[in-house]
Design a protein around this ligand. Sequence first.
Ligand code: AMP
Ligand code: MN
Ligand code: ZN
Length: 948
Amino acid sequence: MNSERKTRVAFTIATLAAAIISIVFTVRRRTRRKQRESISNSCYSHSEPKPQSTFKRVLADNSYTPFKHLSSKASGSNVNGNRSNLHPFEAEITSLLSDHQPEIELGAEKLEMNDSYVWVDTEMQLKELVEVLSKERFFGVDTEQHSLHSFLGFTGLVQISTQQEDYLIDTIALHDSMEILRPVFANPSICKVFHGADNDVLWLQRDFHIYIVNLFDTSKACEVLSKPQKSLAYLLETYCGVMTNKLLQREDWRQRPLSEEMVHYARTDAHYLLYIANCLITELKQLDNDNPCSDDKFHFVLEASRRSNTTCLQLFTKEIEASPGESAALSLFSRHQSNQGFPSVSNETQFLYTVRQLCTWRDLMARIHDESLKYVLSDQAIVALASQLPASESEIYNTIVQTDVNAETGLSSCNPSPSPVVCSHLSDISRLLANELVNHGDIYSVILQNCLGQNGSCKLNIFNYALLVNSNPRPTLLSYKHSNLKNPRQHSKKASRNSFVKKFSCKSPVYHNCRIFANDGRLLCYCDRKKLEWYLNRDLAKLVEEEPPGIMLLFEPKGRPEDEGNDFYIQSKKNICVGCGEGSHYLRYRIIPSCYRIHFPEHLKSHRSHDIVLLCVDCHEVAHAAAEKYKRKIASEFGIPLYVRRVIHPGQETEKPNDEGGVSPLQLRSAAVALLRHGPRMPLERREELTEIVKKYYGGREISEEDLESALQVGMRPYERRRFEKKRGVTFKHTTGNAVAVPQEENHADYAPGINSNVDTLNIDALDSSYANEDTVSGDNQEDDFEKSSLTSNLAVDKATSNGNTILAKTTNDNDDDDNDEDETSNSAVNVDDSLSKSQPNVASDLSYSKDEELLRDEDSTQAKHHSKLSLLGHGPHGKHVVDHLLKEYGEDGIREFCQRWRQVFVDTLKPRFLPGGWDIKHSGKRDFGEFSVYNHLKGAAAAASSE
Ligand code: AMP
Ligand code: MN
Ligand code: ZN
């Protein structure tokens, strides 16, 4: 080829290339523009296939319905197969907890990793693998996850290693066949070795209904051995001389074929587990030999096995929020409020409102398209949109690009910005920012209809199908307009259970679920945002995860939390009832009743998080009742009565009632009486004053007529109650004579028996943690019966009042309390004895309480500040006397034992199934786990408590 010709060819090629490039760019640009302009009819989801869309069996879809676990029936035992929130292998696992000794015996030789491994991607191969595994006594396992392009995440790879072979299971190709592995994983005579199995346990349940029975977790073994670190990287280096690059765990594990590097990483994670386990078990055994085992001695091997298998008892749950996007919105608010590099906004209310709307939108979009939240729309973009409120679609587009470009400083996210989801649905955002969607009533259903409804824009698939089918899954969402942001004082007269639950349960997730990672990527702990910010502000950490936020420490922490024997702190606190797993509402519950706890020495109080758990209304009631019963037991055991009647005569009073920061029973009753009798005729101001008093007792919530009725009974002595009851009975007869409907009929469905008494007991606990667990009425044994019997008359009265009947005036007419209800001064709030019927407080003079309300509602520490620690609505000096007695007789150990007794009561009563994995009756709060003496000691105490 001569040179001229060469040049010509080169020129032609160049021209052609230029043309092609220009065409490609034009097409791209067009596609972009098209993406940008396209409204509902062309969602990106039609063009971008996802590996998970090939899955046929999806156990955890993106709807708001709770996860269904494998039924016990299917797992072979013939227990009621329908209860989907029970662990199907609970019995098998529990039996391992008592005396199981892992038997891993390898030769001394380390299993070097050669080049051969088996890639398993056909059902046939998987069956062969099961054949092999069934004959093993133990095998090592690890899993890899993909979480960016999936709402809940899915397992991209499972690595299994035997002494002979490494198997890499392509869980994408074999997603629908993975159940073949269930039997070997559930086989109690085959030991599965994992490192840090907490997540894997849940992921395998979520994707394949695979449950692990007989686990040996090398990280748990590290804990028991008090190793300086318990990361796999550390073990690999220490025992095998192998270095691993943990950054690879964040690769895209959907990739096929896997890169050589990824294969190597994945194999390494499972290959050495058997050898490491062998080493660790040898060390554990050595310790046991050094400390010959008697009954009260710590047994190391057993303990490691027990902790491992406890992990297996965890159950996967979907985190279901009170309303979609709520926790994300809250976390954005708090970041905004602490001014963390967020712009200031002129209209705060509008800003918060828009953030919430956008978070809801993002949550729903992520579910519909099966993408992670952070992929759909970044936090910073939400903030930018909410503060700038761009009007046109192109302005919205640009705002997002700009924000994400600016934010892309440190850890670069390679996410396209805006995401294809946003590009396909720009019009949604535009309408949302213009407040148009609100006018349609419900952002949620409008979007759902647009995307998945008839002629919907987006792909309907197995992940989002249930969203459409259960089109009314989130009643709380239906009217954003009526949410407390806009209309805080919506008052419903009928105190149904639902409204109770709505009002009193913690609406937003209680725990922040922020995460702290070590610099090797291992999860160190979950914490609240404050802690996270503390590190960030000091440049001790960098932000590595957006939502929920996670930071990576820039230094090697001196000892990790779990090394110190307290794996409680590494457990994610799920926002569910620890009793039954209910996720839609929950209340804080204090396992150790406040009446004792507030008197503990300060340093023993500091383990609050361990002993405050979330319970749904039903579990709360059960736990509370048991606690009350146990208090009476304590009272008789210690000879310290629950109620000491103090009569303080006029002039003798030393404590002002408002020192107590509560509402005295007398105050409460007289306010209630006055309201019931004269409420409608009172000057508005006065009525509000009195209402405030009663509301305070109910934690500030709106009160109804029957709340007033119940308030009348607070602080009554049994005989007074009986008298009250009798009078009410009379009144009741009157009203039925007056053709008032019988309570069971008509629209009293909301008032199902038991519900009122729920409210009675629970509102106290719910609204005010300082009251939690304390009896608000008489602690007399008759109380429960009383409450039940009063229910019927409550119903009648309610019915009567709602009919405009003046029955209540009659109730109080023949009550000798009420003649002087407004003109006598109170002697003392704790005086609930014989002076009760004679004297009533001057209600007007007692209004100074209300400021204390917030304080009181806070944590113990606040309460401890009150000079007198005797809660008016509690048990007077009982708690203090018990604590003093314990301290005097047994010192602080006495307090610890006492706490364990309460935890035991709690566990025995509720048999809680969702406690954080590290939760422990024997939790001591002590950090020096190395001394097993603590354990021994506590063991005895727990035994003593349970043998009672
Ligand atoms: P590993 O067993 O340590 O390889 O981790 C298993 C899976 O957990 C990985 O495939 C990741 O999906 C996920 N993972 C663990 N640590 C991190 C992290 N620091 N960042 C993101 N993903 C992680
Ligand atoms: Mn791994
Ligand atoms: Zn779409």
